[in-house]
Design a binder for this molecule. Structure first.
Ligand code: PEP
Ligand code: MG
Length: 761
């Protein structure tokens, strides 16, 4: 059974299109289960309570698209309504049985139907039928349920990309029709621009679909890539004389022949002549061959798929090298990638980026944080976006609602242009608050600091009237390098920050890598990276890296005295003591051995692991200040990966448990007499900021972009009122209720304008 399942999944993954997927499902399931009929019904994209027969083996194929059942109607509708399998020996005797003469099914008595469910929604029903009058056995039922569960994702993807609606409505539709893809809202704002796809090199599955500008030139480049690869293969072959026997080496001849005109080479030239650019044509042809090998019965031949893939990568890297497209970056470009990372900023002119879309990641991934820091509307986790196919397409990116619209209609664009104008007006109106103090209506003063990491966001912060830096993420300059930066290189970068903000305090966090922040030159490969070697754990294991960084920070602070050092991911007191000892060591080296006059910086600990919440007083007793990282604290407290779009809906900073934990931190710090700030993203969300003030926090650190909105909202509330509200709110059981109760309580036209994006219909 496992073998049949593997082969079904493999064939489905290699299918040309969704029609082909459905045909594979019915024919393979029918063959593996040895049934007379196998059919798939899917929910109609327009009439959502109707299920349509879309593929069958065994029933009359003319019935496809014609047999339509409402939820609850017939046995198919029963499976859909119950959302569980129905297994019958005599289907015709069941009260729900409905007979459709056009299907020609009368001879089939036994019936087994399994629902196809994705994210709790029944997308369709998979049916098998036999002539005998016995129910299917338990093993068969379990098999059908397994197949359905595996296929649900593919069907949901077809639904999102519009392929399903093309089939169910049976209308001819233009490929370039407007489609809306949903992801995770990650940096607010709306933008319209042209997609520029960032693809990793030499990855056959990530070649952007591009057309050829000049066909002859593409063919020539392709031939040159083949010649270069042939040369490499021959050199490789020569190097293996004596190491492999002749038979094994003969494989190289096979590869060389595969590149010939009557094999892969010829097919690719044909594709280029159809108008595809050489890398696109090559990847399509190679992947097609790889999938054919993968589906072969013979294990030896199946293994050859890896060889074809390897050959494919070799030619592709030559093609990409010779692709002497001088990249032309449109002024309003939307950066699109499967897994966008900060390194993209090194390759493109940052000032031209108008929006960002990533297929992977979620709202607290570091790319999202950068998007917010730079005021670039960002959608992460757009898992269904056919990202390799949108290069050059016009896109609307809606960072408020987490939507990406491909090939938008003029009407839709007009609605968004209106929203962009509204946003511009709001930003203009907020400018007057730049130099105004952040004081609530009952005279409490709240310090608004900023989170920085790039030179760009530091400049923006000063323009917005930031009172200090609550979190300088030092890993960002580390990410932009191809090796660890030297002490002097670090000193210069840190000095610039300290000087720019002087005399305001700058809180520099020691290197916080691991989790989703991998340095290209120091990869950490772990099964469970967020629970693994990250933050202080890495740097305490590598005191040479830690000491170098702390020395650079201290030297940078000479004569400025506005440095504060913050330690990330503290989960026990030992880590704190060890880190403090190392900071002391660096301080002594510099002041006593190297005679540099330095003031000792204040040292703080991040509270971002639940264990630290319960030891907050002990931690506070050992440091000068605390800073709460709500991004990680939420992830660890709620057990929700901050990067995983599948569970993004569970990641909620209004969760009552999180509020209670935050209250413990605020109270603990107050008892210990130590200042505490919040530097997680919650502080930069206007509603989150109100909650934090109600909880007792008086220093909030956020992306510069949110600073004026937060200031505007805090200047309109009373601390005594929101604190009184809080007592009732933390008793609520549900995060959505918490948010709406608070929003309702503080609602006014001025406040609503700050917290709600304009509705788009
Ligand atoms: C946090 O975890 O809230 C935080 C501020 O740090 P980072 O997002 O860099 O992990
Ligand atoms: Mg963190």
């Amino acid at each position: 059974m496992l073998e049949s399942l593997r082969s079904i999944v493999q064939e489905v993954n290699a299918a040309r299109d969704f029609r082909n997927v459905l045909d594979i499902i019915v024919s393979q399931v029918k063959a593996s289960m040895d049934t007379g009929i196998c059919s798939v019904y899917l929910r109609d994209a327009e009439e959502q309570d109707v299920f349509v027969l879309l593929a069958t083996q065994g029933l009359n194929p003319d019935a496809i698209g014609k047999v339509r059942l409402k939820e609850g109607e017939g046995l198919v509708g029963l499976v859909a309504r119950k959302a569980e399998p129905v297994n019958l020996g005599r289907a015709d005797q069941h009260p729900n049985y409905a007979y459709f003469p056009e299907t020609g099914e009368e001879a089939y008595n036994s019936f087994l139907g399994a629902p196809i469910i994705h994210h709790r929604k029944v997308m369709g029903v998979l049916i098998v039928q036999r002539q005998n009058q016995r129910p299917f056995d338990e093993g068969e039922e379990a098999f059908l349920v397994t197949v359905s569960a595996q296929l649900a994702g593919v069907i949901a993807h077809a639904d999102a990309t519009g392929e399903l609606s093309r089939l169910t409505s049976l209308k001819q539709q233009d490929e370039r029709v407007e489609l809306v893809f949903t992801g995770v809202p990650s940096a607010p704002g709306v933008a319209i621009g042209t997609a520029v796809v960032m693809a990793p090199v030499s990855d056959l599955n990530a070649v952007p679909l591009r057309t050829a500008d000049n066909i002859d030139q593409e063919v020539e480049q392709f031939k040159a890539a083949l010649t270069a690869t042939r040369k490499d293969m021959k050199a490789l072959d020569r190097g293996l004389v004596g190491k492999l026997n002749d038979e094994e080496r003969a494989l190289f001849d096979v590869y060389l022949r595969m590149l010939d005109d009557h094999a892969l080479g010829g097919e690719v030239v044909e594709k280029i002549k159809e108008g595809f650019a050489a890398p696109s044509a090559w990847s399509m042809v190679v992947l097609d061959h790889v999938s054919r090998f993968e589906r072969m019965e013979d294990a030896y031949l199946r293994e050859r798929a890896a060889d074809v893939r390897d050959l494919g990568r070799r030619v592709l890297s030559y093609l990409q090298e010779s692709e002497n497209r001088i990249p032309v970056y449109p002024d309003n470009m939307v950066l699109v990638g499967e897994e966008l990372s900060a390194t993209a900023f090194a390759d493109v002119p940052v000032e031209k980026i108008t929006a960002m879309v990533s297929v992977q990641g979620s709202s607290n991934s570091h790319m999202a944080i950068l998007g917010r820091a730079m005021g670039i509307p960002t959608v992460m986790g757009a898992v269904d976006l056919p990202w390799t196919e949108v290069d050059g397409a016009e896109l609307i990116v809606d960072g408020h609602r987490g939507q990406v619209v491909t090939w938008p209609t003029e009407e839709h664009k007009a609605v968004y242009i209106h929203e962009m104008e509204e946003e511009k007006l709001l930003a203009e109106d907020l400018k007057v608050l730049q130099d105004a103090p952040c004081i609530t209506c009952d005279d409490s003063s709240i310090a608004l600091w900023v989170n920085t990491g790039l030179r760009l966001d530091a400049k923006l912060s000063l323009d917005r009237g930031a009172e200090g830096v609550g979190l300088y993420r030092t890993e960002i300059p580390f990410l932009m390098q191809d090796r660890f930066p030297s002490e002097e290189e670090q000193r210069q970068v840190y000095r610039e920050q300290l000087e720019m903000f002087n005399p305001r305090p700058v809180t520099m966090r020691t290197l916080d890598i691991g989790g989703d922040k991998d340095l290209p030159y120091f990869p950490i490969d772990e099964a469970n990276p967020f629970l693994g070697w990250r933050g202080i754990r890495v740097t305490l294991d590598h005191p040479e890296i830690f000491l170098l960084q702390v020395r650079a920070m201290l030297r940078a602070s000479e004569g400025l005295d506005n440095l504060r050092i913050l330690l990330p991911m503290i989960s026990n007191l030992n880590e704190l003591e060890s880190a403090k000892r190392l900071i002391d060591q660096a301080y002594k080296e510099l002041t006593e051995e190297e005679n540099i006059p330095l003031q000792k910086p204040k040292i703080g600990a991040m509270i971002e692991v639940p264990a630290a919440v319960y030891q907050v007083e002990e931690i506070a007793g050992r440091v000068d200040f605390l800073s709460v990282g709500t991004n990680d604290l939420t992830q660890y407290l709620l057990a929700v990966d901050r990067n995983n779009p599948r569970v993004a809906e569970l990641y909620h900073s209004c969760h009552p448990s999180l509020l209670r934990a935050l209250k413990m931190v605020a109270d603990g710090a107050a008892r210990a007499g130590k200042p505490v700030s919040v530097c997680g993203e919650m502080a930069g969300d206007p509603v989150g900021a109100v909650l934090l003030v109600a909880l007792g926090f008086r220093i909030l650190s956020m992306s510069a972009n949110n600073l004026l909105k937060v200031k505007a909202i805090l200047r309109q509330i009373r601390v005594d009122e929101v604190s009184a509200l809080l007592n009732g709110i933390v008793q609520l059981e549900d995060p959505v209720m918490v948010k709406s109760r608070l929003e309702e309580a503080i609602s006014s036209p001025e406040i609503d304008r700050l917290i709600r994006p304009v509705a788009v219909h």
